[in-house]
Design a protein around this ligand. Sequence first.
Ligand SMILES: [Zn+2]
Length: 164
Amino acid sequence: MDLVLDSAVFLSGRMTSMPSGFDSVYITELVRNEISRGRPNMVLQNLLELGLKVRGPSGIEGAVEAARSTGDLDLLSETDISIIALAMQLGNVKVLTDDFRIQNVLKSLNIDFEPAGEIGNRTIQETWEWTFRCKGCGRYFDERPGQDCPVCGSDIKKTRKRSM
Ligand SMILES: [Zn+2]
């Protein structure tokens, strides 16, 4: 299986190392063009040396059509469309993206995706599940115990728990 990376995973600083366990890892030419400076560019250059591949999708019509049919087309950038188009072209692929509109279109195409998450430098195989944590006393709850903590009355925050 191949992996396609969204530009946001670089720009947000979440992508810091080469994801392992994939045949090839790709970005589109438009994604590369969006990452031109600073630390994200340093990370990108490093990943290119490690074998990250840059490819422009051969056609975007199918991706445009898919985005139109889910109602996401107006909200997707040309770069977003290129990511979807490349994923369609590659076939056996997963897309790393936090963008709900991209995810929505991918879902309609039965293409696998995974959010990059909020913490950098972790491998793609990790999965996350939700837990609830009290901002006051720090207790964890498997299910939301209500608006306020039953112990100390502070706000409850939904948070990610590392599950694997
Ligand atoms: Zn509490």
